[in-house]
Design a protein around this ligand. Structure first.
Ligand SMILES: [Fe+2]
Length: 455
């Protein structure tokens, strides 16, 4: 297929680039405070025993996450950007994620809960002091407040990890939030057609975009068809009830091996009761809600469902084109709805609710093509291995993303109800092992356009 757009596709102008230094500082301060409020809730609703305990071998004790958040903030904002003396050089090593795998962290001589809280508060006071004077230009780390944006995103990502730890924790519910909004889009078509043509993928303009989202580059995408909404529990139940987990033909070789070795028979946290399927969600037992996107499924389960449905998972480029490209202007926007930051009307983000919202709950968040709920609700598995874009340059260090490039990680897109707005956008890339399902992962399906649909 050839590109039929009259002009070359471009990246939409980014409103953050016009912000003066003071605007960038207040944006950074607000984002850092929001992240800290969330960390405080996640570590404040359980007692000290709970904070130091390992709730799952997959996760760190919550108190490790907390002090690690402070340690990274100290390294980058206080020491590097601020040029200040180290507060606690003696603990750098303990909170280096690359030195200690999660399973080994409980046996380390970690800061206790009170010490960890005092440490992160002291670091934060110094970081705000640095923020007041830091240049918002100059070297790449300070340009448009990048380091502050990076550290905010880091804290929010650990907040989402801590939320996943809460989901794995046994015991009574300790987190509370209002129900997500109901479906309000009216009847939606099951699928959306996305015509062939190139678009700009990635970004060279978003000030706080991470290295793996850069640079912007043109990508040719053939015509395809994408599900309007993520696959719901109701749809997933049809796969499950029709024996989807027992039918070898729907699974890849690796997926079948994983499913068999671990006796995977349903999404994580689901249980069959006499009256149907129930799930545990942050300590609450409830019937599986059929209208919400399925969550806590591995890449392999997503892939098997798609095969059963006669479809496939979208590639990362297909997902991003459906989310960002506006065929009327040829521009790739920051978000499906345009270039403005997310509001509660656009997407289910930031732990405002403790579950995905029903399909059709966010009509104002639809993309130019009419695809819904691409941002928020559930991370969406794509079929793409995590790799650098053409022209990729590791920044500010190789361990940020580059060491993870390769076929063992699959890309997830769009963020979940547990992702903060500061840590998601149309270009944001998450990655994980295809077996992972304690994360807030779901998916939607795609398929090649049939010849008759390509007109
Ligand atoms: Fe980290």
């Amino acid at each position: 297929m050839t590109d039929v757009s009259p002009t070359s596709p471009t990246e939409a102008p980014n409103p953050l680039r016009d912000l003066p230094a003071e605007g960038l500082r207040s944006r950074a301060a607000e984002a850092l405070e929001r992240a800290r409020a969330r960390s405080t809730v996640l570590t404040g609703v359980v007692d000290d025993d709970d904070l130091v305990r390992q709730h799952s071998k997959l996760m760190s004790p919550l108190v490790w996450d907390l002090a690690h958040i402070g340690s990274q903030e100290e390294l980058w904002l206080v020491r590097d950007v601020g040029g200040r003396e180290p507060l606690r050089p003696d603990i750098d090593d303990l909170y280096d994620a690359f030195q200690h795998p999660r399973a080994s962290r409980p046996s380390l001589p970690l800061l206790g809960p009170a010490e960890a809280r005092a440490y992160v508060a002291e670091v934060r006071a110094k970081a705000f002091d640095v923020l007041e004077r830091a240049p918002m230009t100059g070297r790449p780390l300070t340009e448009a407040g990048f380091a502050f944006g990076m550290i905010t995103q880091h804290e929010q990502q650990h907040d989402e990890t801590m939320l996943a730890t809460h989901q794995l924790r046994q015991g009574d519910p300790v987190l509370h939030a209002p129900e997500p909004p109901p479906a309000r889009s009216g009847e939606l078509p099951g699928e959306v057609f996305i015509p062939a043509g190139s678009f700009v993928m990635g970004t060279s303009l978003e000030p706080w975009a991470l290295d793996n989202e850069r640079p912007a580059h043109e990508v040719e995408v053939d015509a395809f068809v994408l599900d309007t909404v993520p696959v719901t529990n109701g749809a997933y139940l049809e796969f499950l009830e029709s024996g989807g987990y027992d039918r070898r033909e729907w699974w890849s070789a690796a997926g079948w091996e994983y499913r068999s070795a671990h006796d995977i028979t349903a999404p994580r946290f689901w249980r069959r009761e006499r009256d149907g399927w129930w799930r545990v969600r942050f300590g609450v037992h409830e019937p599986v809600p059929v209208d919400q996107p399925v969550v806590h499924v591995s890449f392999y389960e997503a892939e098997a469902y798609a095969a059963w449905a006669g479809k496939r998972l979208p590639t990362e480029a297909e997902w991003e084109k459906a989310a960002r490209f506006d065929p009327a202007t040829g521009e790739s926007r920051r978000y499906p709805w345009g270039n403005d930051d997310p509001t509660p009307e656009h997407a289910n983000l930031g732990q405002r609710h403790l579950s995905p919202a029903p399909a059709g709950a966010y009509p104002k968040g639809a993309s130019a093509f009419g695809v819904h709920q691409l941002i928020g609700d559930v991370w969406e598995w794509t079929s793409t291995d995590f790799a650098g874009y053409p022209g990729f340059r590791a920044f500010p260090y190789r361990e940020y993303s580059e060491v993870f490039f390769g076929p063992e990680y699959k890309v997830l897109r769009g963020g979940s109800f547990g992702t903060d707005a500061a840590a998601i956008r149309g270009t944001f890339r998450n990655w994980d092992y295809p077996i992972r399902r304690q994360i807030f992962s779901g998916f939607r399906c795609a398929r090649d356009a049939a010849p008759g649909e390509r007109a």
